[in-house]
Design a protein around this ligand. Structure first.
Ligand code: GUN
Length: 298
């Protein structure tokens, strides 16, 4: 056996390789910053407009992280902090202004929104060319039909994390738990693009445990702490945890029982430090893409 490289198989068990989103995101942001430094020798910096309605503490943290990432990439960020009682009409008017503003490349309105504002109306109002979240129906349709588009940042971050870790995807069975428009459904399309065989499970799935256990890759996007237990993981599988659940005693945890699952999985992403930073890194990539597309049109 001497000199032979170690292979990870279902038969050789060792603790899982950590899918380190923090490090991978830092590498992606450094790539974006290098391209931006080159572009800004002759042109203005990319600009992301971030809108936050209300004072939800979690959303405030996400918006702050996005702003810091913009600074790290050499982007300008424009923050619009609106009161919780903002009307839908006022928000749509702001978005119309930002759509028309030639110095703004990307527009992001942090979700969730207060009850008086229809989220879909807001998503539909953002120009598809500035939709760096990839939520607009034009971008969703382009993703579905395999055309160039802005990819939703969280599932794009999941796939990039797997790709950069060298996890095989082509021909593998990917089980996604969750069917949201933001994560589950686009993750299925992105994994199909990687030539994976895809199953999407949800709250009404029968035999959930058995189905998840057939996954070579499991993407957990349920929004329930420790929902995915070690007995649901196929030995050697890659497990990507999209969940960000706040514990009553403080702190964060994912949808996967990390301690137990990491004894079974081949690869696993932690929370925090897994998918969260990757989402922001992909937002930076999308903003750079929006900027480059707009420069080409000039
Ligand atoms: N809320 C939670 N995740 C996201 C995201 O990726 N984009 C926006 N705009 N809001 C969110």
């Amino acid at each position: 056996m001497k000199g032979r490289p170690l292979r990870r198989t279902a038969d050789i068990q060792m603790p899982a390789i950590i899918l380190n989103g923090k490090e991978t995101a830092a590498a992606i942001k450094a790539e974006v910053a290098a391209k931006t430094a080159q572009n800004t020798r002759t042109d203005r910096a990319p600009c992301l407009a971030v809108i936050l309605v209300g004072e939800d503490p979690a959303s405030q943290v996400y918006v702050r992280n996005k702003k810091n990432a913009c600074a790290a990439c050499g982007f300008r960020s424009a923050e619009y902090l609106l009161s919780a009682d903002t009307s839908e009409a006022d928000l749509l008017a702001l978005i119309a202004d930002l759509n028309a503003d030639d110095t703004v490349d990307g527009i992001l309105c942090q979700l969730p929104l207060p009850g008086q504002i229809r989220e879909q109306a807001v998503i539909d109002a953002i120009s598809p060319e500035k939709d760096v979240d990839g939520f607009h129906p034009v971008n969703a349709g382009r993703l579905l039909t395999g055309q160039d588009c802005f990819m939703p940042c969280t599932p794009a971050g999941v796939v990039e994390l797997l790709r950069r870790a060298g996890v095989p995807m082509a021909g593998k069975h990917c089980v996604i738990v969750g069917r949201s428009n933001i994560v589950g459904k686009p993750a299925a399309l992105l994994m199909l693009r990687e030539n994976a065989t895809v199953t999407v499970c949800h709250s009404r799935t029968e035999n959930l445990k058995e189905t998840v256990r057939t996954g070579d890759i499991v993407i957990a996007a349920v929004g329930r702490a420790n929902f995915i237990t070690a007995d649901m993981i196929k030995p050697g599988a890659a497990v990507v945890d999209v969940g960000i659940n706040r514990l009553p005693e403080g702190g964060l945890c994912g949808d996967v029982d990390f301690a137990a699952a990491s004894e079974v999985a081949g690869w696993i992403s932690p929370v925090p430090g897994g998918v969260g930073p990757m989402t922001i890194a992909m937002l930076m990539k999308n903003t750079l893409l929006a900027y480059e597309n707009r420069r080409l049109l000039k």
